[in-house]
Design a protein around this ligand. Structure first.
Ligand SMILES: C[S@@+](CC[C@H](N)C(=O)[O-])C[C@H]1O[C@@H](n2cnc3c(N)ncnc32)[C@H](O)[C@@H]1O
Length: 375
């Protein structure tokens, strides 16, 4: 099974490319990179494993090119993007749910809007807040395909450039700190755009489906902590329910760089979390400030991955080029896969197309790819 996948400016003209762009996520793989790695390192009919799946591009590349894919993700935002791409509902079902949510939004009380922190009133109009609160309350995004597809599309447009999203001017990949944002909007006299949610979403749903749906091979993204989920995956592999993996393709969180929980706080609010950002999101989610814990996470996860892979499997890990993350990852991978040969590839610097918006002109450190192949 081969499908046309255009990179570059034609990417959005195919079903595979259009759905691949769901949705914005900090430190995500460039889509062409995900396809290139899968196609070069996993045979058709083989299986790809990603224990830090993010928005699921590695798994999506696998299932759209005739491979089995299994991802694990602990952050609901990334997980939902992956789920929406792998279990997409019909266009009609998603449009119907959009109409229903819009109708139900009339049942949102003004007091529910007024209770929200100041940030929300500068970020969205009351009409948008009504729609978002209704979606937040009544979409069963965890287990219903139409609801998870609609919620994933809402999350794509929740915040970003003013004329392209529900929100006042902000970054799309990463939610900003509320105080900082409010100050910026006040200074720049910036007000939220007057969006009509029903129409806005209808147009975007139609656009997303306009080229059709990709043909998918079997695959899944599991919600949870890889440390425990990999034990369940091992049982499934041993029972023959899922295949052994031919490619471990992942990008772990980088040491001391970011908190995915914090960066996604506004989208996480849509999924039921607190309306104020929190630095701590539970185990493994708060930015990895301890070197010992970071080392322990990588050692545990890679060791458990090794137990479900074929002897000839390849490994590709993209990570931060900064010394501690690079060195510790290299050391753990070499110890976990001693019979494989390591090649280190220095990737080009992140382009960071959105970083200048709020004045972040800092130099990005760049990334490296660690490729391990059978000798
Ligand atoms: C660098 S990002 C991966 C981005 C991904 N390659 C993409 O294209 O979107 C690392 C991801 O690992 C997730 N993560 C961190 N600890 C985890 C754990 N113990 N189990 C599962 N996922 C975890 C984070 O939530 C984050 O989404």
């Amino acid at each position: 099974m081969t499908q046309v996948f255009h990179v570059g400016k034609n990417r959005l003209s195919t079903p595979v490319g259009r759905w691949a762009s769901v949705g914005p996520y900090y430190a995500m793989f460039p889509i062409p990179f995900a396809f290139e790695i899968v196609e070069q390192n996993c045979p058709i009919g083989g299986a790809v494993l990603d224990p830090f799946a993010g928005r699921g591009s590695s798994i999506y590349a696998a299932v759209t090119t005739g491979r089995y894919g299994c991802g694990i993700e602990i952050n609901e935002v990334g997980w939902l993007y992956g789920k929406a791409k792998l279990e997409t509902a019909s266009e009609e079902a998603v449009l119907n749910r959009n109409e229903e949510i819009s109708r139900q939004s009339r049942g949102i009380r003004t007091s529910e809007i007024n209770e929200l922190p100041e940030f929300f009133h500068y970020c969205f109009t009351p009409r948008v807040l009504r729609y978002l609160l209704a979606a937040r309350k009544w979409l069963h995004w965890k287990d219903d395909a139409a609801d998870s597809t609609l919620m994933a599309i809402i999350l794509v447009y929740l915040h970003g450039a003013k004329e392209k999203s529900f929100s006042n001017q902000t970054r799309q990949g990463k939610a900003m700190a509320p105080d900082y944002s409010v100050r910026w909007w006040k200074e720049h006299d910036s007000t939220p755009p007057d969006v009509q949610p029903l129409r806005f979403m209808r147009q975007r749903i139609r656009w997303r489906y306009a080229k059709g749906l990709p043909i998918l091979h079997e695959g899944e993204v599991r919600f949870g902590d890889s440390v425990s989920e990999l034990d369940i995956i091992k049982r499934d592999v041993d029972a023959g329910a899922i295949p052994q993996f031919d490619l471990l393709f992942t990008s772990p969180p980088y040491y001391n760089v970011t908190s995915y929980h914090y960066d996604q706080w506004l989208r996480l609010w849509m999924l039921g979390h607190n309306p104020r950002p929190s630095k701590t999101g539970g185990d493994w989610q708060d930015g990895f400030w301890s070197q010992a814990e970071y080392r322990e996470l990588l050692t545990t996860v890679f060791t458990k991955c090794a137990a479900v892979m074929t002897p000839d499997a390849c490994v590709l890990v993209r990570t931060d080029a900064r010394t501690f993350t690079r060195d510790v990852t290299t050391e753990i991978l070499c110890a976990t896969f001693p019979d494989k040969e390591l090649t280190t590839i220095v990737s080009p610097l992140n382009k960071g197309s959105q970083t200048a918006l709020f004045g972040d002109k800092s130099q990005k450190p760049g990334e490296i790819d660690l490729l391990l192949k059978p000798r």
